[in-house]
Each structure stands twice: as structure tokens, then as C-alpha cells.
Design a protein around this ligand. Structure first.
Ligand code: SAH
Length: 464
């Protein structure tokens, strides 16, 4: 670690910025977030810089800084964007022992300014020792998305409340209290009524947590999306990050499970096609047992929990057992597959309804209103349709569907091994047999890929 990160108290200290143009402007903007006294040395300040200075309590000195000027200054920024002027200013600052940063010149700088995620008083500084500003910005963007905008006011009120929270025993219960405040009730109060009521809310939450006594287990029924971790909701990620026990379908890939806490217990329950599967009552029993032990259970399902996910059965079992539960939606395979082929699931003038259907249910092949499905322009997203392709094809053709109706199959939508098979109804069975997909397949009946087939990694091409 060549550069040691610290947080410097600039209240009442002077910071000098030297430069006339955009570099000085950028530094000034940043430093205006602090409580430092700011002095800008600019012999010929440009209009924007002049305007910003005029709008704030910033001292403007229209000449180059002397060593005397810089004596006792906390930090100095050489921001002319011009090597000679920067070098001169930096030399003067150094001569009186002031730490100086030369914009875009790592070697000449005594310190560097990190990329900052600002949720004052929560401040995250990201540095790469000047090696990879692009990487620092990417990390910053990632954190900006993750951290709620209201984190600043939340943290300010939370900090003042810390002594009260000691009424809760340390560990799980106190953690749950803070998690409730920072991620649930706090942001809600902030959005709906405002910062001034946060303290009041904290007392409420504390009372609730004190009254609740020993932690109750609960179950979150969560859709993990089609497989790409980026397609999970933020809430799903947060719940995964906190769960004690994760009961997951086989559809949920390792890349998502890795996001759970290291200490979490994982229970895989098979639920896929015709393969071996865990009976539903065993899954229910496992959820109930762990929740009764006080665990926060995450029932993680592929796609959306409410689409062919037996959500109601699990929710009913939990209600009967008196266990608190909630649902977090996810991106269902139909949405993911439509996105992959760049098509809309509904379209004015073509189909104003969309069917999500499964080719087989517990009684075998599922029956449908084939006649309306066979109508020109109808669109259906077919789940678990691999083995039932011949049945579907037969029923649809029998009820008058056009053999040339486009059918697109997306295997492993959103995953690294994603493949697309663009075919038509009359060739569906043959093409599917030839492609022999081994992963989950979503069949889009009535839709062809929007992009030219040759730009897509189709199964057929791979075989050619
Ligand atoms: N709840 C899930 C569906 C579960 S049923 C959801 O909302 O997506 C399982 C079926 O979903 C699979 O047989 C397949 O048809 C479809 N499926 C799930 N994930 C998929 C993916 N990444 N790519 C293609 N199909 C997928």
C-alpha cells in the first residue's frame, strides 16, 4: 500500500487550488462538499469558474500563489492542466511543507484524491494507487447503485441513536434492529415523511424489537431471476446476503448462491423437468423446521416465484404453521427469453394477450384452449416444454395453426451457455431433437428473433 487512506478533518482549514479552467473547476466542485476555507489562485479565471466562486464563500486571488501565501495551508491542488504552471505551484507548496496534488500527475503528487461515494456522513473512498481510474469508477458506479440515496440522513440519525440500541442484546437481535432501520423502516420513513421523523421511527422500531422478544424465524419466497446474477432484484440480493438457510431449486446457478453469507446453510431441492425431485411436503417441512428454530429462511426459486413455482402451496403451508412469510418477485424466464431475442411479448395489432403456459402439469400433458392459441398472431411462452414439443406441435397443427408460425426456443436464457433455436411450428420437433438442449428451455410460440439470425449463436449454426 503505497498510498495510505485517511479521512482528513478540513473544518476551518485552508485548501488552495491553482488554475483557471476546467480542472480547477472540478476540484473546486469537489472541495465545496467539505467545510474547508477555499482559496483559488487564478490569474485569468474562466467564466464557469468565476461563477462558481461567486456563488460560494470562496476567495479568489487573481495572480500566482507565492510560498508565503501557501504557508499553513492544509492541502494544495495544482490544477492548471499545464505542466509548467503546475510544476511551479507544486514546488512552492512543497517548499513550505504543504501536501500537494498535481492533477493527472501521479509522480508529482504527494496525495491522490480517491473516487468518492458520498452519502455523508457515510463516505466511501476508492483508490487504485493511480493504476486504474476506470476500475475505480466502475466500483464507484456499482456502489452508487447499491447504497440507498438516503443513507446519509439515515446514518446521521442512526449514529445519535446508538446508545439506545444497547437495550437490545448484542448479536443477532441488535443486528436485526439495525437492518430493519437501515434497509426497511428507515428508508420508508425517509421517503414518505422525511428526515425529521427518523428519530421517532428509531424509537418505534426499537420498541417493536424489544417487544418481539427472541427472534422469530421467517421465510422469504424469492425469485432469483433467470440465472444471470445481474438480473436479480436488489431485494433478492439483500435477502440472500442475510439468510441463515437457503433452500434453492436446481435452476438457481452457483453464481447466485455465491452471493449468500459464508455461514449460510444451503439445502438444494431438485425441481426440474422429469428429473429426481424433492417431494413438496419435504420442502415445506424443511422451511417450517428451520423457521421455527428462529432462522431467516430464503426459499430461492428460478425466475419468478409465482410462475410455475408452486408458490401458493408453500405459502399455505407456512400460513398454516403460523410462520411469517413474504414474496419477492423475480424476472421470469419468458421475460428473459424475449429480451434475448429482442422481441416484445405483446404488440399492438398482433397480440394483446400473452399466455404463460406449461406443456405438462401434475396430470401429465396439460390441456389448453388450443383453438385460440392456434389463431394467427397469438403468442405464448411455454415453460417446461422440451419433452412436450411433439404434443404441442400436434395439438396446435390439429387446431388449425399455420405450420410456418415462428417458434423460438431459448436455452439457458441469460446464462453464459445461452443458446437460441429459431424454427417454425412444423419443424419444431425435428429441430429440437437435432439440437438436443440439456439446459432449461423456454419456448416462445409466435415469435421470431428480431435480430438477423446470423448475428445470433443459434443451435443450428453450431451444428453446421
Ligand atoms: N419460476 C420459473 C419457472 C419454473 S418452471 C420462472 O419464472 O422462470 C421451469 C421452467 O422454466 C424450465 O423448464 C424452463 O422452461 C423455464 N426456465 C427457467 N429458467 C430458464 C432459463 N434461464 N432459460 C430458459 N428457460 C428457463
Amino acid at each position: 500500500m503505497q498510498h495510505f487512506p485517511i479521512f482528513l478533518d478540513l473544518q476551518g482549514q485552508t485548501v488552495a487550488i491553482a488554475g483557471n479552467g476546467e480542472f480547477a473547476l472540478a476540484k473546486l466542485r469537489l472541495l465545496l462538499k467539505t467545510q474547508a476555507r477555499l482559496t483559488v489562485y487564478a490569474p485569468a479565471p474562466e467564466a464557469d469558474l468565476r461563477a462558481l466562486i461567486a456563488a460560494h464563500a470562496v476567495t479568489l486571488i487573481q495572480r500566482a500563489a507565492t510560498a508565503d501565501d501557501l504557508t499553513g495551508v492544509a492541502l494544495a491542488y495544482a490544477a492548471h492542466g499545464e505542466a509548467q504552471a503546475d510544476a511551479q505551484f507544486a514546488a512552492r507548496a512543497r517548499s513550505v511543507g504543504v501536501l500537494v496534488n498535481v492533477v493527472d500527475n501521479l509522480e508529482a503528487s504527494a496525495f491522490i484524491t480517491p473516487a468518492i461515494v458520498d452519502r455523508d456522513p457515510v463516505t466511501i473512498a476508492i483508490g487504485t494507487e493511480g493504476a486504474a481510474p476506470v476500475l475505480a469508477r466502475a466500483i464507484k458506479t456499482d456502489l452508487e447503485e447499491k447504497l440507498p440515496q438516503g443513507l446519509g440522513p439515515l446514518a446521521r440519525a442512526g449514529k445519535l441513536f446508538r446508545p439506545h440500541a444497547e437495550a437490545l442484546p448484542q448479536g443477532r437481535r441488535r443486528r436485526d434492529f439495525w437492518a430493519d432501520y437501515y434497509f426497511e423502516t428507515g428508508p420508508q420513513v425517509l421517503a414518505e415523511v422525511g428526515e425529521e421523523l427518523l428519530e421517532h421511527a428509531l424509537h418505534d422500531i426499537l420498541r417493536r424489537h424489544l417487544e418481539a422478544g427472541e427472534p422469530q424465524g421467517r421465510v422469504d419466497l424469492v425469485g432469483a431471476g433467470p440465472g444471470d446474477p445481474e438480473l436479480m432484484t436488489q431485494r433478492a440480493r439483500r435477502l440472500l446476503d442475510r439468510a441463515d438457510v437457503v433452500i434453492h431449486d436446481r435452476l438457481v446457478p452457483a453464481a447466485i448462491l455465491e452471493l449468500a453469507r459464508r455461514e449460510a446453510q444451503f439445502i438444494p431441492v431438485g425441481k426440474e423437468g422429469f428429473g429426481p425431485s424433492t417431494p413438496q411436503d419435504q420442502i415445506n417441512a424443511a422451511m417450517i423446521r428451520h423457521a421455527r428454530n428462529g432462522a431467516h429462511v430464503l426459499r430461492l426459486k428460478g425466475g419468478d416465484a409465482s410462475v410455475f413455482g408452486r408458490l401458493d402451496e408453500e405459502a399455505e403451508a407456512l400460513t398454516e404453521a403460523g410462520i411469517d412469510w413474504a414474496v419477492t418477485p423475480g424476472i421470469t424466464a419468458a421475460s428473459a427469453a424475449a429480451a434475448v431475442i429482442g422481441r416484445s411479448l405483446t404488440q399492438r395489432g398482433r397480440n394483446s394477450d400473452l399466455r404463460l403456459l406449461t406443456a405438462h402439469d401434475i396430470n401429465g400433458f396439460a390441456d389448453h384452449d388450443w383453438r385460440s392459441l392456434a389463431r394467427n398472431g397469438s403468442v405464448a411462452a411455454i415453460y417446461m416444454g422440451k419433452r412436450a414439443a411433439r404434443f404441442l406441435q400436434g395439438r396446435l397443427l390439429m387446431h388449425g395453426a399455420d405450420g410456418a408460425t415462428p417458434v423460438t426456443l431459448v436455452e439457458n436464457a441469460s446464462r453464459p451457455d445461452q443458446r437460441i433455436l429459431a424454427t417454425r411450428l412444423d419443424r419444431l420437433t425435428a429441430d429440437l431433437a437435432a439440437a438436443a438442449p440439456s439446459g432449461p428451455v423456454l419456448t416462445l410460440f409466435g415469435l421470431a428473433p428480431a435480430k438477423a439470425a446470423e448475428t445470433l449463436p443459434t443451435l443450428l449454426e453450431e451444428m453446421a
